[in-house]
Design a protein around this ligand. Structure first.
Ligand code: AMP
Ligand code: MN
Ligand code: MN
Ligand code: MN
Length: 290
């Protein structure tokens, strides 16, 4: 390895079965390595329970690693995701904050199941729980997998569209962390906060501007530009926004499962050359192979 690697194929966003992915952290590390990833982060939702396993597996494979998580936040009536990178795993405020954010998931899942029962879909809580590798982290994704198994829909995207988004029977409005808390938990633990897949949120231009402005005011420093959730047009739009807001740019597949994910680990286009990558600011936080 050179003393200053470029890490062009950085993949800093994916999920294991510790949240709503289907693979173990070790299997993800192996897949990242096999796909040519040069710098990797596992970013489970509201949870860092898989971090040590991911870091050790990466280490054994000679793959540089950054600590990661993806925090669920409520902002302007919608759910926004904030990725944290390169933080200290033992930081108490971060661990407490994530624990509190996870805390509401089981009650929410019971309410979702009640909504689904009203349209004749019984047993969805137990069905979804069966798919959750971590019982504290039951997600809509697990409901989607169960509804496919039950024959209600033929694929998870169809389940989301018909049952799990706002206005549909399995949707429950939920209060997640605040934007300020999520950014402070990450930065207070020595990490860098990144707005995840901004192209996915259904915000007005003004709301999106407010998100970026408030995120920066709280100390957030990065935005995902190249992600599996973005179209080519989004790559251009958020590259421009990164420059306008003086944010560092991140890149991550958001890989969840070989059967479900559109983009595999490490298979994204490179970040546009005019952007400053988040990993340049995180060099000291990267866990390098021995
Ligand atoms: P939750 O945190 O329980 O609200 O679940 C959110 C997760 O559901 C996201 O992280 C994605 O993995 C998944 N998801 C959200 N929207 C969709 C969609 N339209 N199609 C498939 N998966 C989705
Ligand atoms: Mn997910
Ligand atoms: Mn997300
Ligand atoms: Mn994600």
């Amino acid at each position: 390895m050179t003393s200053n690697p470029a890490w062009t194929n950085a993949d800093l966003h994916c999920h294991s079965c510790v949240s709503d992915g289907t693979l173990q952290p070790e299997a993800l590390a192996a897949r990242a390595k096999a796909n040519g990833v040069e710098l990797w982060a596992l970013t489970d939702h509201d949870e860092i329970g898989g971090q040590r396993r991911a870091r050790e597996a990466a280490h054994a494979l000679g793959l540089p690693y950054l600590a990661g998580t993806e925090i669920s936040v409520s902002f302007a009536g919608l759910t926004v995701h904030i990725v944290g990178l390169g933080f200290d795993l033992d930081n108490e405020a971060l661990n407490c904050g994530l624990q509190a954010t996870r805390g509401g998931r089981t009650g929410r899942a019971r309410e979702m199941a009640a909504g689904l029962a009203q349209v004749g879909i019984e047993g969805a809580f137990e069905g979804a729980l069966k798919y959750a590798g971590n019982p504290e982290l039951i997600a809509r994704t697990h409901f989607a997998r169960y509804l496919v198994e039950a024959g209600v829909c033929s694929g998870t995207n169809e389940v989301f569209r018909k049952y799990l988004v706002e206005g549909k029977p399995g949707f429950v409005a939920h209060r997640w962390a605040t934007l300020g808390d999520a950014v402070r938990w990450i930065t207070g633990a020595g990490g860098l906060a990144v707005i995840a897949h901004p192209g996915r949120y259904k915000f007005s231009v003004n709301e999106e501007y407010a998100l970026f402005t408030e995120f920066k005011a709280h100390g957030g420093r990065g935005v995902e530009v190249v992600t599996g959730s973005h179209t080519g047009a989004d790559f251009l739009k958020y590259a421009d926004m990164a420059i306008e807001f003086d944010l560092l740019a991140s890149r991550g597949s958001d890989f969840h499962s070989p059967d479900e994910s559109r983009i595999d680990l490490g298979k994204l286009p490179a970040l546009p050359a005019r952007l400053s990558p988040v990993w340049e600011a995180l060099r000291e936080r990267v866990v390098l192979p021995a």
